[in-house]
Design a protein. Sequence first.
Length: 428
Amino acid sequence: MVLTILVVDDEYLVRKGIRETISWENYGFTIIGEADNGKEGLQFAITHHPDIIITDIRMPFMDGLEFMAKLQEAGLNSRIIVLSGYGEFDYARTAIENGAVAYLLKPVENEKLIETITKVGEKVVNDRNTFEYYQRLQIELPAIKKQFLLDLINGDITGADDIQAKLRLLQLPLAVNDTNLMVVIKLDEFKIITQQFTAQTLENLRGMIFDSINQCLVIESKNSRGFIFEKNPGEWVFIAQPSCSGDPGAVLRENCKTFFTKLKAIDRPEVSNITFSIGISNVHSTITKIGRSYEEATVAANCKFLPGTNSVVAFGDNGVTDCHAEIKKAIAYIRAHYAENITAETAAKEFYISPSYLMHLFKAELGKTFNDSLIDYRIEMAKELLQDPSCRIYEVCQKVGYTDTKYFSQLFKKITGMSPKDYVKKIS
């Protein structure tokens, strides 16, 4: 690495001596310019950013002290060596205050100048290497944080002191002995989505999802602190440590609903039909139990009570704890009888309520009709059956409650964006 030097001195012979009597290239330096006053030197420095500047104090138009002050104002980090015929303490002190790293008196021996510049050059190289190291570290830090949290979830790190030390080192906003719980957020049908979009569109989608989760669960939440990361493609994990009394799970459930609303408001085609399954773990007293938290949140996320809808489930719930009692019964009825010829009327009759009231509840609480919910569940069951290579499409059609294969295929394509035949090709 060759370092650059700018010489600023109003004495021509001094500039000539520095430039021509020392073979700077032999020491890893090159003189890229010279100026006979501070004003010209400042302009050259701003344009070329020399690593080291050798400057006099007394010069016309702009003296060395003002020159150094202007360099600082311009934000240049060139190392400054003052070479002056004035040895008064006040000059030296002011020069140091303005950023000088060395103050040499004229006349100076070449050996002394070489020694001084070599030491300053070593400091430049060390500082540059340190800066580049921290730049690389900043780039790699998210991956390092993620790997640490994965090790924590997998039980590879268990000691409380070791965990706390790494939390501090990685500047994660978590504490070992604070109560915590975990939220697992899964993008439904992620495998199919990856085949529907280009790599760039998918990356943008994941970025939008992460930003929305971070905004709703971390930035805007006044009731907890925590950290979020994408554990697997299409699966995000939020480790939360509540900072308030009450039911933290209930607070997080509301934050998740805000996330659904926020994402729905994004006017992008790739966002329009996606849904999420969110699971919330129990509250645990220490972060050393984070592996259990993840297991609980994953189990809860997998309790999707109705396909085609967003769901937030706390561990131990059946997925419909926030719903009206009649909705719970109707969903259970759909699950049990989806292969039969059922309607809102037959379901309402089972529960001794009017069909109009049941349809009103579905629309109000789930945002869709009973018939739409039934179709979504049937198509979800059809997708599971189609994963069996021995199962024919017409057989799947009959097993999920339809008699017309063409109509079934039309519904399937409307819901999934592809025909049953194409779906089989995608998953095979």
